[in-house]
Design a protein around this ligand. Structure first.
Ligand code: RUQ
Ligand code: CUA
Length: 675
């Protein structure tokens, strides 16, 4: 094996891998164990022996060993980065460590989640905010997480995420990684270009997707051009309360093209918003009637339109009251947007996707799903074109700027380009769905000074498996990307993992992008067996500053303050007022107090439960069978839930979190005496 490794030219590298792990550092107990195991026989061949033997037995190449060493974290060591990944149809948010690619947590957002008690006695009022026309919609197709930013950089305070299936936005506070708000868009049932934040997170942008009458009222599909519309909504975010202020938010009506993704300008382009679109054909489908199916109808034209919005001016227009109420929501009509000079279009080739702003804010990158190029628009060029006047117009009167006037470069990157991210060395990365691969290309202009390659040129590619959608580089969509790592969010995994029946996981592939030039190394495959994640953002871990326990006993995580109703130690008890029974209960290892809760059938029960724990990680559960209650009580947390005791019987409740050696004994009886 030593010779085999040497032939591959990496004998020294393998030795170096072991150098930091000397025998002398190992505890005596481990040394003794090693001597009695089979491994110890190969140890006799020297320090290299163990690693070589493992490599041989496990059929690992030298590159594999390097990749393993770059991703492995010894027990107790933390990841440098945290990836916030959309949970796809799970409706949740996933937190994944990078480079280890270990799943750290799911955060319950749109979908009930029993471990966190979300929807089973806690969080119900927030899930209720996500109702559509009064009906529960307890799942979501989450697409785009957006970490809050200060000066265009992640600040680690909040995360937003959209639900494409119902046009909803959720707000998650990164003090406790819990969802605080769900906002339902009153104009539409679908969004896609959501959510993205402005550089100081004053606004959360939610762009639409499938054209429909605003407010989704009925209109015949034959009336598409007149009655159907697109939109982009601007949600005002208030950092102090950690909430979107729906009464200070507004939307802009757009032609019924299918708006795709949006992004906010930064630095030079701050105050402007960019979005792309498809279906400027205004195709309405109807394959069953002999019409072209959507996939053909939407792809007929060579160009669709990049939407360029003067957002600064749009805010002024909204503040001046030049809006129309639609479904109770203020909307700047397209005609107003044109009259006020808020909206411009620029052609973008062919079935465009993705709109990504370069870190310096100077360039807008758009891919064409059916065009092998990325197209780079210059912000200054766009401004000159706007100032130049003399526009053509689309059929809704929106000015169309000249393509050549606004573009600075087109780079042939490969087949099926989708999304672009950036690094700290003057490179951009674009996912290529059809190849499938990730292309690295060199930026030009000022940003291109960081790389040694010619401006606006393709530098190299790394193959991925298979069918990459989004990619996410470390802080790769911010004003100061970190480089180092890129994760390819692959849609298909085919032969990468054990086939779990016909339904296969997705595959997050970690790529090392630290070296310049054409040298990117695939490091790790992470199967994602829950929902179909779309986008992810990767933040430096030390920017996050989560609470380790809730700040004070009796903490209400919904409002982030102590609840005066929260029972403290010594305040436990059960009080009756007519048919209403109030239970004041505390939890601490390893008991609830009180342990007997006796009510009469038909009583209304208000149950107040405080964890009076202060030790980190001393979480208790609270499971009440048949009444569909399960809570997660983190140290200091207070939760109140209410129900009518309509089922008589004997209901053992218990702590559903393995919290101590006597966790099984952490229980009580809920006794409902029949009428
Ligand atoms: S966009 S298909 Cu994020 Cu590629 Cu949704
Ligand atoms: Cu508390 Cu188990």
């Amino acid at each position: 094996m030593k010779r085999a490794l040497s032939l591959l030219g990496v004998g020294l590298t393998a030795t170096a891998l072991l150098a930091s792990c000397s025998e002398g550092e190992r505890p005596a107990r481990q040394r003794a164990d090693a001597q009695t195991s089979n491994v110890s026989t190969s140890r006799a061949t020297g320090a290299n022996g163990t690693l070589e033997q493992v490599a041989r037995e496990r059929n690992l190449t030298p590159d594999d060993l390097i990749a393993a060493a770059k991703t492995y974290l010894p027990s107790g060591r933390h990841d440098d980065y945290i990836m916030f990944s959309s949970g796809g149809h799970s409706g949740q948010l996933f937190l994944i460590g990078v480079p280890s690619m270990r799943l750290l947590r799911t955060v319950a957002v749109f979908t009930p989640e029993s471990w966190q008690g979300w929807g089973f006695g806690a969080g119900n009022e927030i899930l209720d905010e996500g109702k559509v026309n009064g009906r529960d919609v307890l799942w979501a197709d989450t697409h785009h997480p957006a970490l809050s930013e200060t000066n265009g950089d992640y600040d680690g305070e909040f995360c937003f995420i959209n639900d494409k299936a119902n046009a909803r936005i959720a707000v998650i506070d990164l003090k406790d990684f819990e969802t605080k708000q769900i906002v339902k868009n009153p104009l539409s049932l679908s969004d896609h270009g959501g959510c993205f934040v402005t550089p100081d997170t004053e606004w959360v942008i939610e762009g639409g997707q499938y054209g429909s009458p605003l407010g989704w009222e009925y209109a015949p599909i034959e009336d598409y051009n007149n009655s159907y519309r697109g939109y982009v909504t601007f949600w005002k975010f208030d950092r102090a309360s950690g909430r979107i202020l729906t009464d200070k938010s507004f939307a802009m009506e757009l032609p019924p093209y299918w708006q795709d993704l949006f992004d906010a300008g930064k630095f030079v382009s701050e105050g402007w918003i960019f979005g792309n679109s498809i279906n400027t054909e205004l195709a309405t489908g109807g394959i069953e009637s002999g019409n072209p199916p959507f996939e053909a109808g939407v792809s007929q034209r060579d160009n669709d339109y990049l939407h360029v919005i003067n957002f600064e001016k749009a805010i002024a227009t909204y503040n001046a009251g030049k809006t129309r109420e639609v479904a109770g929501f203020p909307v700047i009509e397209t005609q107003t947007a044109v009259d006020e000079g808020l909206l411009y279009f620029i052609p973008e080739p062919k079935s465009p996707h993705g709109v990504d702003i370069s870190p310096d804010g100077n360039y807008i990158v758009v891919s064409g799903k059916l065009d092998p190029h990325v197209t780079i628009y210059g912000f200054n060029e766009i401004q000159e074109a706007i100032a130049g006047g003399g526009y053509t117009q689309d059929q809704y009167g929106v000015p169309i700027l000249d393509f050549d006037d606004c573009t600075v470069a087109q780079i042939e990157v490969g087949l099926g380009p989708l999304h672009t991210q950036f690094d700290d060395q003057g490179y951009a990365y674009t996912s290529l769905f059809l190849e499938p691969a990730v292309a690295r290309w060199a930026l030009g202009g000022e940003a291109g000074k960081l790389n040694p390659e010619p401006d606006w040129s393709l530098v190299g590619k790394v193959n991925v498996h298979y069918n990459v959608g989004h990619i996410s580089a470390a802080e790769g969509d911010t004003a100061s990307p970190d480089g180092k790592y890129l994760v390819s969010l692959n849609k298909w995994s085919i032969d990468r993992f054990f086939p779990t029946g016909p339904l296969l996981p997705q595959n997050f592939q970690l790529v090392d992008i630290a070296d310049q030039g054409d040298s990117m190394q695939l490091l790790y495959d992470m199967p994602v067996g829950f929902g179909e994640p779309h986008y992810a953002q990767i933040i430096k871990a030390d920017k996050l500053d989560p609470w380790l326990v809730y700040p004070e006993i009796g903490w209400d995580p919904v409002h982030q303050r102590v609840d005066p109703n929260a029972p403290r130690a010594g305040q436990e008890g059960i009080t009756r007022n007519g048919n209403t029974v109030t239970v004041n209960m505390t939890a601490i290892r390893s008991h609830f107090n009180p342990e007997h809760v006796k009510v009469k059938q038909g009583d209304r029960v208000i149950w107040r439960l405080t964890s009076v724990e202060r030790a980190q990680d001393s979480t208790h559960g609270f499971a009440l069978p048949a009444y569909n209650i399960n809570l997660s009580l983190e140290p200091g947390e207070y939760i109140q839930f209410e129900f009518v005791a309509d089922q008589a019987g004997t209901f053992p409740f218990y702590c559903s979190e393995f919290c101590s050696a006597l966790h099984l004994e952490m229980m009580g009886y809920f006794l409902v005496e029949p009428n």
